[in-house]
Design a protein around this ligand. Structure first.
Ligand code: APR
Ligand code: PHB
Length: 389
């Protein structure tokens, strides 16, 4: 098998990159370890920046986002008593779109066959070869058969645990990491959301987030210790705790219902540099992780592939190499700023086990400052809607 660009991983990064390259007539084959149903079983954040929706509009893969996406002109920070609304539309000039990441993946998956985007699912034992040459290749097993896919470039879109990043020699890279001492317990339920907008709450008992997927489906989260088990959180305990943490006003509006999904995820900040080695590029979670506070994960994957698709198009269509040479630096400049914002919002809104009484007062003073400062709100708003590409 031979293709221009071989992509490892059919998550949002791989699928979006594949479509952007196909739209320029470049041949792409994606190899994915699991089945389509497994990929769609993953539940992740649901806030899209304009830079992300613009790409989907450009591809014409926006029919469902147009009808089902929720336009949000603001969001709320809560400090246990007060609700502080950040009017992102007024302060930063843009809205965000609340639309499940799983649905973005589904839309991209459904559009693949008609656009000649080849995806090989259930490809086992993916290995990368000769990435320092102009003729790299991927080996994998499909239905027991050993296969070889030759390409001009390989792009690793295989998430945090995939093999691509590990194919780069250790002496050529730098890693930056911060692991947070808590996780998020998430619940999905078919009940109307407690507010029209998202609420990020910093409460004495820990962080809580009220989010949604539609007018009838809510997504809620609670900060929990890392060693907590889902079994320790029957539905009633979850709703009781959420009601307290969201504060009297929003808490009173919560409508309870059975959880249709419940899981605990750890929080991590991680950056891998550089994002290119020879003929291998990295994009999305394979190169960087943000904690979910601020929902930057998918949006960063989208900005990576916006830069990378332009670079590869320049190469294949016009023989230009400058985009390829500068990809890593350009992508990382935006990534570090999103890392900063995600870390900032995480630090501001969570209770840390090591937090002193002084540290706690610093959080509350900062929230009070934000509540009363247009400058502070503007800074938060411009990061929340997404910095320009
Ligand atoms: N071989 C082939 N595919 C692999 C391998 C492998 N060895 N390892 C992982 N993959 C696939 C995974 O099965 C997954 O479908 O790579 C894909 C990576 O997808 P994501 O983890 O979703 O990462 P990415 O596409 O970068 O997504 C960026 O979207 O899903 C969210 O949390 C993610 O917010 C982040 C954003
Ligand atoms: C979600 O809806 O799942 C969500 C929203 C915003 C976040 C994180 C997760 O910051």
């Amino acid at each position: 098998m031979k293709t221009d660009v071989a992509v490892v991983g059919a998550g949002p990064a791989g699928l979006l990159l594949g479509h952007l390259l196909r739209a320029e007539g470049i041949s792409v084959t994606i190899v994915e370890r699991v089945s389509p149903a497994y990929v769609l079983g993953r539940i992740r954040a649901g806030v899209l920046e304009r830079t992300t929706t613009d790409l989907l509009v450009r591809l014409g893969i926006d029919a469902r986002i147009k009808t089902e996406g929720l336009r949000h002109g603001g969001f709320v920070l809560a400090d246990g008593e007060r609700l502080i609304r950040i009017n992102i539309e007024e302060l930063a000039g843009h809205h965000v779109t609340v639309y499940g990441q799983t649905e973005v993946t589904r839309d991209l998956m459904d559009a693949a066959p008609e656009r000649g985007l080849e995806i090989i699912y259930e490809a086992a034992n993916v290995t990368l070869h000769e990435i320092e040459s102009d003729a790299p290749w991927i080996g994998f097993t499909k239905e027991g058969q050993l296969e070889r896919l030759d390409a001009r470039f390989i792009v690793g879109c295989d998430g945090f645990h995939g093999p691509s990043r590990r194919a780069i020699p250790e002496n050529a890279v730098q890693l930056y990491e911060k692991v947070y001492p808590f996780g998020w317990l998430g619940v999905l339920a078919d009940v109307p959301p407690c507010d029209q907008e998202l609420i990020y709450a910093n409460h004495e008992q820990g962080f809580a987030l009220a989010s949604m997927r539609s007018a009838t489906r809510s997504r809620y989260y609670l900060q929990v210790p890392l060693d907590e088990k889902v079994e320790g959180w029957p539905d009633d305990r979850f709703w009781d705790e959420l009601t307290v943490r969201l504060g009297p006003e929003a808490g009173a509006r919560i409508i309870r219902g059975p959880a249709i999904e419940k899981s605990i995820a750890p929080l991590r900040s991680f950056v891998f540099e550089p994002m290119r080695h020879g003929s291998l590029f990295l994009a999305g979670d394979s190169a960087h992780i943000v904690p979910p506070t601020g929902a930057k994960g998918l949006n960063l994957a989208a900005s990576d592939v916006a830069y990378l698709s332009a670079a590869l198009t320049g190469f294949f269509r016009h023989g230009h190499t400058d985009g390829i040479e500068s990809y890593s630096e350009r992508a990382l400049a935006r990534i570090w700023k999103a890392e900063r914002f995600s870390w900032y919002l995480t630090s501001l809104m969570h209770r840390f086990p090591s937090q002193s009484r002084f540290d706690r007062r610093m959080q509350l003073a900062e929230l009070d400052y934000i509540a009363n400062s247009r400058a502070a709100q503007t800074s938060i708003a411009e990061n929340y809607v997404g910095l320009p590409l």
